[in-house]
Design a protein around this ligand. Structure first.
Ligand SMILES: [Zn+2]
Ligand SMILES: [Zn+2]
Length: 313
């Protein structure tokens, strides 16, 4: 087969290039959500990476949370660092922001970080951006001087946001708004992305919170964190935690049933379960994750997997 391709290369090549261009043009139109990491919590390993997502709208990419592993997952998903426009951080638990600086660095070191990128999140994001550059000053200044690279520091703009409902930003592809939700002892931002192709709402980490349903009203896709109660018992045992440990997890997150209630109240088309807690116990099947939500929500329910792509249509 390879020989055949080689033999016909002279005549076929321009045609195939044309086909590739067409495919590239087609794939640059439309919107899709890419689940980069679907495991809740900071523990690494297992079959899921830590929380991260990408929303692709035409030729623009928006990243939502940057848990450990986001850079590798972004590359595995075939996404292009050069198309990155903005990053949104839900809250300051490390499973959502640990790789923020390194993600941007990995873009820079492949000469893909040439345009400004905004990072939105709770108070602390501006410090995190500044401190990241300080932490890596020697490497960065060496590469600027030695390899002639552009200085990445003025290109990354952190935006601390106080916890209140707000419009975050708007460009030609998307309007983004944020809603504070309870996530003891922190607070969290849920984000809503309204695009020409439909709307996506991302819950971040939250306990059961009916105002989130209003915020997600009529969205095409609701990505909601989820915990499986029998799994929490196993998690508590593995961590040798007591009642306080179990209560902490239960109070800060949403059960499968509660997630189904929010999706039903919001009237979304598709519910995507993600940020699985526990996310590394493979005896919990997709059906087990969906079951509790399906008792309340009649629409499509997707038990998300890493690198899964969900089109907006
Ligand atoms: Zn989390
Ligand atoms: Zn959290």
């Amino acid at each position: 087969m390879q020989m055949g391709l080689a033999a016909g290369a002279a005549s076929v090549f321009p045609q195939s290039l044309l086909a590739q261009d067409k495919a590239a043009a087609a794939s640059d139109s439309g919107a899709r959500l890419v689940l980069l990491g679907t495991k809740g919590g900071p523990r690494v390993g297992g079959s899921r990476s830590n929380p991260a997502n990408a929303l692709v709208v035409d030729d623009a990419v928006y990243v939502i949370d940057t848990g450990m592993g986001v850079s590798a997952q972004f590359v595995k998903a075939g996404l292009d660092f050069r198309k990155l426009r903005a990053i949104f951080i839900s809250h300051m638990h490390s499973d959502h922001e640990l790789e923020l600086g390194n993600f941007v660095y990995n873009s820079w070191v492949t000469n893909s970080f040439t345009k400004p990128v905004d990072v939105y999140g709770p108070v602390g994001i501006e410090d995190m951006v500044r401190d990241y550059w300080a932490l890596n000053r020697i490497d960065i200044e060496t590469r600027i001087a030695d390899e002639g690279r552009v200085d990445p520091r003025p290109l990354l703009h952190g935006h601390d946001m106080a916890f209140e409902k707000r419009q975050v930003m708007q460009d030609d592809k998307v309007t983004v708004s944020a809603l504070p939700t309870p996530h003891k002892p922190l607070q969290n931002f849920a984000y809503r992305f309204d695009t020409p192709y439909g709307s996506v709402v991302y819950s971040g980490d939250t306990s059961f919170y009916p105002p989130l349903a209003d915020f997600a009203k009529g969205a095409d896709i609701l990505v909601h964190e989820v915990l499986y109660e029998p799994g929490v018992d196993a998690l508590t045992k593995r961590a040798r935690g007591g009642e306080a440990f179990r209560a902490h997890i239960m109070n800060a997150h949403s059960t499968t049933g509660q997630v189904g209630q929010i999706a039903a109240m919001a009237g979304v088309k598709t519910l995507v379960l993600s940020h699985f807690v526990p996310g590394d116990m493979d005896w919990i099947t997709d059906d087990m994750w969906r079951e509790g939500a399906a008792r309340h929500f009649q629409g499509e329910i997707i038990a998300g997997h890493d690198l899964q792509e969900i089109p907006l249509s």
